[in-house]
Every structure is written in C-alpha cells, then in structure tokens.
Design a protein around this ligand. Sequence first.
Ligand code: DC
Length: 233
Amino acid sequence: MPDIPVIAIDGPSGTGKGTVSGILATKLGWHLLDSGSLYRVLALTALNSGISLNDTDKLVQLLTTLNLRFESATEYSGASIILNDQDVSEDIREESCGNAASLVAALPEVRQTLLERQRKFRQAPGLVADGRDMGTIVFPTAQLKIFLTASAEERATRRYKQLIEKGINVNLRDLSADIAERDRRDKERVASPLRPAEDAVTIDTTGIKIQRVINRISALVEERFGSQPGFTR
Ligand code: DC
C-alpha cells in the first residue's frame, strides 16, 4: 500500500485546499479524500440526534454505525456525500457544521476511529488527500506533501464571497472571528494538531490565483512522480 502514490494537501480553511485537491485529482485521474467531510458528517449527525459534541463514547459509537458513502466525483467539485441515502453535501458546508466539526475533530478517540477509514482511500492509481493531518498522521509516507497557507484576512474574505454567492447571509467580522477561533482550536489541540509535516512544501496562496498554485504543484508532481498519463500543467 505505501507504494500507491499519495499527494497530501494540508492547511487551514480558506487556503484553497479543496479546490486545488479536486482539480489535481481530476487532472491525474486519482482518487480524492476530502477528510474534513468525515468530521463534518459526524458533527451534522450528532447535532441532528441531540448528541453532545464532547460525548466521546456516543460519538465513537455513532461513527461505527454511520451509513455513509461518497458518490461519483463531478469535475472539480469532489464527491457527493450520501448519508442514510440522503445527499448531505450542501448541509455539511454550513458554518455551524464547520464549527461543530472542529470540536469533534479535537477528540483523540474520534480521530483514532477515523484513521483506518481514511487510509482505505489509498487505492491505485493514486490518491489526493485533503485535510489537516494528511501529511503528518494519516499518510506519513505520502510521496508529496503540500502545506497551503494564506493570510487570515484573505481566507475570511474568500469564505465570505463563497457564502454570499451561495445566497447565505453572513457578516465578515463574525466570520473572521469564527475562522480565527477554529484555527486556534485546530492548531492547539493535542491530537494531530494542524501543522506542516517536516518534509512538506509550504505554499503561501495570499494574492495568488488558483491556477498559479496548480502550476506550482503540477511542477512538483512531475518532479516526484515523473510524467503521468494525460496529465498536463
Ligand atoms: O476542511 P474542513 O473545513 O472541511 O474541515 C472541517 C473541520 O474538521 C476543521 O475545523 C478541522 C477538522 N479537520 C481535522 O481536524 N482534520 C482533518 N484531516 C480534516 C478536517
């Protein structure tokens, strides 16, 4: 399994990780793991069933019974997330769900329970894995590790624009405060805190168009894996 190529893409929210990972996976024809969606689905289910976000035992039990599947990734937008035969792809993107996901993601037992499930995504011909601990914990043997960063201001503004485009009314100041709090929690937690792997390449995406970020990573992909069938920069 460690021979199957993995590109780990980590970093805080709003750095363009999801977009970059989706584009790379499509260009390469590789599988995609959006690991944040697992924490988001768990948080959504807990919220809907009245389970407290710090009740470790119940959350772990919930995880073992989750009837979850990922359906055919559409170009660049990742897979549809189907929970108990219902498409929850949109619901899990709500800010409230992101904040709740950050809380359940801080629990070591929850992370441990999800570890093997995530590692099963390492399938031929390769995997692009998007998250916070892809390069450090889940796929420490990933052949290419990228850590994306961007200024807090720019990340909040990007997220603000995304939500407004979706017709969701938010206040930029509240959003910035939420993002700062979530970042703090993700970085300071004891279990798998958000940090770059020692062998990660850090790319600051502040003020940079997504295409340039893709070009930079594509050059690294060619360097590490050689030219890939159908892969162009
Ligand atoms: O990437 P995202 O916004 O969908 O992630 C939602 C939350 O899940 C985020 O606050 C941190 C957590 N998360 C994590 O702890 N580890 C991951 N590999 C992915 C996400």
